[in-house]
Design a protein around this ligand. Sequence first.
Ligand SMILES: C[S@@+](CC[C@H](N)C(=O)[O-])C[C@H]1O[C@@H](n2cnc3c(N)ncnc32)[C@H](O)[C@@H]1O
Length: 200
Amino acid sequence: MRKFALLFAGVAVAGLASYPAVTAEDKDKKKDDRPDIVVPFVPTKDEVVKAMLKLAAVKEGDTVYDLGCGDGRITIAAVKDFKAKRGLGIDFNPERLKDCEKRVKDLKLTEDEIKKLTFKQGDVLKMTPEDFKDVDVVTMYLLPDVNLKLRPILQKGLKPGARIVSHDFNMGDWKEDKMEKVTVDREHTVYLWTIKEAGK
Ligand SMILES: C[S@@+](CC[C@H](N)C(=O)[O-])C[C@H]1O[C@@H](n2cnc3c(N)ncnc32)[C@H](O)[C@@H]1O
């Protein structure tokens, strides 16, 4: 766990430096808008994205949410490569949403793929169980504390059979159903949980 905290600490400055400038007038508002825990932007390597979506068995017809979507790579891969019906990426940082738009353009997605994608600004820590009722797969690359805050919301909101995959960070004493190691530059861990029954 310590290893990963250090890894994130290394990129935190770069991530934070890319936030839009905060003016004197909106300083208080910005303070309120910021999530309680700030997770920096560290994109998941494409090979690890593939491993996450494979482990979650994303298939045609699935709805996939990436919480803290960064440049949208997981959401886009879910739709483009795994034929998900719908992909939603949420990030609190407006700069990341511009990155998502750019990625969609650069990858020359089809009209049909674009229609299936939504990127929106928001704080995932403010999401409620109701937000997850129609979701088949949730992906995350956040931090242990954020995972633990999201855990009861996901357990309450997701339907039986829904899957959660997390890159590198687990959910405390909620034992994963599967775990995989993927080596790209370093060893990455991918965790999978499947909702067994409503509320668990
Ligand atoms: C480690 S990056 C992962 C990005 C992407 N999911 C991936 O795996 O490539 C974490 C992302 O979560 C976003 N984020 C952090 N805390 C958030 C929050 N509370 N609500 C929404 N987005 C958040 C950050 O802006 C950042 O883009």
